[in-house]
Ligand binder design. Structure first.
Ligand SMILES: *Cc1c(COP(=O)(O)O)cnc(C)c1O
Length: 234
C-alpha cells in the first residue's frame, strides 16, 4: 500500500522531461494532471504537499466531495470522466477544467450555471480517437457545430481537445501513436473556429502507459493516475 507519492511524482516528471527532450519541446508546455479517482483524500493531500497542483477525477460525486473537503486555492480540479447534464450543477462552483465535452447541451448547461456565479470554466472537447464503442467522445465531424455554439458563450472557454487512446500495455505505447497524431491533426484543422471563447492550444492526451508517445505527438496535458498513486482496486 505504502506508495511513495512524492517519489512517484518525481519519476513521472522525469519521464515527461525526457520525452520533451526527445521531441525538442519545453517541459513547461506539458501539465501533469494527477488522476486521483478512487484514491482517498489523504493521497491528494500528500501529492499537493509535494507541489502537485492539478488533480483529475472521473466521477461527479467523488469530485464534488473531494472539492468540498479540500479547500486549497491554488489547487486546480479537472473533471476527466463522462458527464451528465444533471451533474454539472454540482461541479461548476469549484471545478477549473472539464475535459469531457461531447455535446452542445453540456456547454449550454455549464454556461447557464457558471453565469449565475460569474465564473468562467475551461473546457476541452473529447474526441473518441480509439473508435471503441465503450469509450466516450464525439467524432471530428461533430466538433465544428459545437465550436460555433461555443463562440457565443461568455462563461465557457473551449481550450482544446481531449482523447483517450486504446488501452495498451507499458511496452506497446507505440501502437497508439497514430491515434494521438490524429487528435493533433483534427485540432490543427479546427483552428479556423477560434474566437474569444474558443482557443485550441491544449491537447489532453497520454496516461501512465502511453504518456511519452503522447508528448512526442504534442500533448500539453497528460492525465496520470497509476504511476503516481499506484494501482486502483475497482
Ligand atoms: C483513469 C484515467 C486516467 C489515468 O489512467 P492511468 O492509466 O491510471 O494513468 C486518465 N484519463 C482518464 C479519463 C481516466 O479515466
Amino acid at each position: 500500500m505504502a506508495e511513495d507519492i512524492c517519489h512517484n511524482i518525481t519519476t513521472v516528471s522525469n519521464r515527461i522531461q525526457k520525452a520533451c527532450q526527445r521531441a525538442g519541446r519545453n517541459p513547461d508546455e506539458v501539465q501533469l494532471i494527477a488522476v486521483s479517482k478512487l484514491k482517498p483524500l489523504e493521497d491528494i493531500k500528500r501529492a499537493f504537499k509535494c507541489g502537485q497542483l492539478h488533480f483529475g477525477e472521473n466521477r461527479a460525486k467523488e469530485l464534488q466531495d473531494k472539492m468540498a473537503d479540500y479547500e486549497e486555492e491554488s489547487l486546480q480540479w479537472h473533471m476527466v470522466g463522462n458527464l451528465q447534464t444533471n451533474k454539472i450543477k454540482y461541479m461548476v462552483d469549484r471545478v477549473n477544467w472539464i475535459h469531457s465535452i461531447e455535446k452542445k447541451k453540456y456547454l449550454r448547461e455549464i454556461e447557464k450555471r457558471a453565469s449565475r456565479i460569474d465564473r468562467i470554466i475551461n473546457t476541452l472537447i473529447q474526441i473518441n480517437i480509439s473508435g471503441e464503442d465503450q469509450k466516450s467522445g464525439c467524432t471530428a465531424e461533430d466538433v465544428p457545430d459545437i465550436l460555433e455554439y461555443a463562440q457565443g458563450l461568455k462563461h465557457v472557454r473551449v481550450r482544446g481537445l481531449m482523447g483517450m487512446a486504446t488501452y495498451v500495455g507499458p511496452d506497446e505505447a507505440e501502437q497508439v501513436r497514430p491515434q494521438f497524431q490524429q487528435l493533433r491533426e483534427i485540432r490543427d484543422q479546427l483552428r479556423t473556429y477560434e474566437a474569444d471563447s474558443v482557443q485550441l492550444d491544449e491537447l489532453s492526451m497520454g496516461m501512465t502507459n502511453d504518456m511519452e508517445v503522447a508528448i512526442e505527438e504534442g500533448a500539453t496535458m497528460v492525465r496520470v493516475g497509476r504511476a503516481i498513486f499506484g494501482e486502483r482496486n475497482y
